[in-house]
Design a protein around this ligand. Structure first.
Ligand SMILES: Cc1cc2nc3c(=O)[nH]c(=O)nc-3n(C[C@H](O)[C@H](O)[C@H](O)COP(=O)(O)O)c2cc1C
Length: 344
């Protein structure tokens, strides 16, 4: 076991006494420092098979989900911990502070988080500058969104702006239309809105491919709170427009799994163990409807190797974690990679 994984159980009670967002800032800073001092050694990771997906070769199937490194400040450190890919963002055209604090809450009884961060980020250009200087061969996805004060009718301009800015530095681009914390964002999942948005993005992607001589895949990140007909409509549009991939899922607005908890009424998206099953069901539904060549990245409530394998069995080609890292610590990375290598 590596030093970071061995230390986490001892650190966790202290971290959990801190406000959740402060604990997050502190751990990210410590990780960055440990990495720059060459002290960030991953657990003994099982030999992982690279995964060929989206026209890219992923060193392994496990990625860091969006939101943990919103501003691309520690990509090298995440890669050093063992992640095969890191999705930074969500990034918006202009920097923005996000919602008032507190905006991140732990529900330890459920191994869950509720967040209403609201796309706090340094803006796409500052993140791109950092990514231009990155010293890692890990795959980097750039997750893009719209500024909170951009009306939905003009959202397409924000996404196009971010796509153009991110294109030269990203390995893939993730279009986030599923955060519950930017008013009206999820309405972009309605069939007509998503068709319009994705048609514009695919057109721009084609012209950027010509300009840079390289195709960068564009994926769409969806919510777990979609019902049968909405899933069918979305899959239809994704197939029609040959979307390169789907990331399923974001956080849920449902509180069914945490009913009665004192924090149940906090506004925001719920993640962690309560979304495990729901997100796997959504993956399964999309797998049945999407063209065979459209891969799915499975995310939502992965807290063990078995949870990751369930996502792969449901049809995901790659997986990501966020809340599981908070509850299980960096040892989760080796657990998941062991689970995946035993499965494949
Ligand atoms: C504090 C927090 C912030 C997040 N921020 C973003 C974000 O900016 N963009 C995004 O696409 N997803 C964001 N997510 C969603 C995660 O990427 C992930 O889809 C979701 O939490 C489910 O995975 P998990 O159960 O492993 O956390 C955020 C999640 C959390 C907990």
């Amino acid at each position: 076991m590596s030093l970071v994984s061995a230390l986490y159980p001892a650190l966790k009670p202290w971290l959990f006494k801190l406000d959740a967002e402060r604990a997050h800032e502190w751990t990210t800073k410590m990780m960055r420092i440990s990495h720059s001092l060459g002290m960030l050694k991953p657990d003994e990771l099982p030999a992982s098979k690279p995964v060929d997906c989206l026209g890219l070769r992923f060193p392994n199937a496990l990625g860091l989900a969006a939101g943990m490194d919103k501003s691309a400040s520690a990509v090298e450190a995440w890669a050093a911990l063992g992640f095969g890919f890191v999705e930074v963002g969500t990034l918006t055209p202009r920097p923005q502070p996000g919602n008032p604090k507190p905006r991140l809450f732990r529900l330890p009884e459920h191994e869950a988080l509720i967040n209403r961060m609201g796309f706090n980020n340094v803006g796409i250009h500052a993140a791109v500058k950092k990514l231009e200087k990155r010293k890692t061969s890990a795959i980097v996805g750039v997750n893009i969104g719209k500024n909170f004060d951009t009306p939905n009718e003009q959202a397409v301009n924000d996404y196009l702006y971010c796509l153009k800015a991110a294109y030269p530095v990203a390995d893939y681009i993730a279009v986030n239309i599923s955060s519950p914390n930017t008013k009206g964002l999820r309405d972009l999942q309605a069939e007509d809105s998503i068709r319009q948005l994705l048609a514009a993005l695919k057109k721009e992607q084609a012209s950027l491919e010509k300009e840079y001589g390289k195709k960068k895949p564009v994926l769409v990140k969806i919510a777990p709170d979609l019902e049968g007909q909405q899933i069918e409509a979305l899959a239809r549009v994704f197939n029609e427009l040959a979307v390169d991939g789907v990331i399923a899922t974001n956080t849920t607005i449902s509180r069914e799994a945490v009913a009665g908890h004192p924090l149940e009424k906090e506004a925001g998206g719920l993640s962690g163990a309560p979304v495990t099953e729901r997100s796997t069901l959504v993956i399964e539904a999309f797998r049945m409807l999407l063209r065979e060549q459209t891969p799915i990245i499975g995310v939502g409530g992965i807290l063990s190797g078995a949870d990751a394998v369930a996502k792969l069995k449901a049809g995901a080609s790659l997986v990501q974690v966020y809340s599981g890292l908070v509850y299980r610590g960096p040892g989760l990375i080796a657990d998941v990679l062991r689970g995946i290598s035993a499965h494949s």
